[in-house]
Ligand binder design. Structure first.
Ligand code: ATP
Length: 210
């Protein structure tokens, strides 16, 4: 099974990295691919360039063979749409290999505003990671989609190439990239929220107002 965990990673922090390790173990895969997005269509512009975010991500996973970088969305001009990306990955994997994309509940709540969202379950499974917050609105499209496609075990994901939705509830660290950026900008220390190598590089390159 191929597992993609996408995000802005602006910058990558221990919340992301711990989740990636938990996912690797819970989903029973040798590797989880972290996929930074180029121009995120659904949020404000990030605080570092794509190249800078990737450089930080590479440092963060340098000595962890279970985490990989997939920077394919950065090679494309303009917005990266998940359906398009998954189509590309699916073409590489062939029709039978299970493919899974990971989303937080906050992202999945707006799923029906994504370009070609109906195509996505035809390309991949979705793992929805429960995050603190309001959750899915009852009767909303994402909530109905979850009811229709929900499975209760990881094994079910291995039984089909795509189409299932699994909710997971791994322990999450209370860290956000916004909080990290705010600390750096206001001259407070973000230490221990992110790897030291990443913080060093942020200072070296004077990113986020460091
Ligand atoms: P920002 O604060 O800028 O919104 P973020 O820290 O939420 O950033 P993103 O790059 O937007 O990071 O997140 C990528 C993915 O990681 C999303 O699916 C999000 O739900 C998830 N995520 C973010 N922070 C954490 C965390 N502390 N623990 C687990 N998952 C997280």
């Amino acid at each position: 099974m191929h597992v993609i965990y996408g995000g802005t990673f602006d910058p990558i922090h221990h919340g992301h990295l711990r989740l990636a390790v938990e996912l690797r173990e819970r989903l029973g895969v040798p590797e989880v691919s972290l996929m930074p997005c180029h121009v995120p269509p659904h949020r404000d512009q990030p605080g570092a360039t794509s190249e800078q975010r990737v450089a930080l991500l590479k440092l963060a996973i340098a000595d962890e063979p279970g985490l990989a970088l997939d920077d394919r969305e950065l090679g494309r001009d303009g917005a990266s749409y998940t359906a398009e990306t998954l189509r590309q990955v699916r073409a590489e994997l062939g029709p039978h290999e299970p493919l899974t994309m990971v989303l937080g509940t906050d992202s999945f709540a707006g799923f029906d505003r994504w370009q070609e969202w109906q195509r996505i379950p035809e390309l991949a499974h979705i793992v929805v990671v429960r995050r603190p917050g309001p959750g899915l609105a009852p009767g909303s499209v994402p909530e109905r989609l979850l009811q229709e496609r929900r499975v209760d075990s990881v094994e079910a994901l291995y039984g089909a190439p795509c189409g299932h939705i699994l909710e997971l509830d791994p322990p999450l660290l209370d860290i956000s990239a916004t909080g990290v950026r705010e600390r750096i900008l206001s001259g407070r220390s973000p230490r221990y929220l992110l790897p030291d190598s990443v913080w060093q590089e942020i200072r070296h390159r004077r990113l986020y107002g460091a």
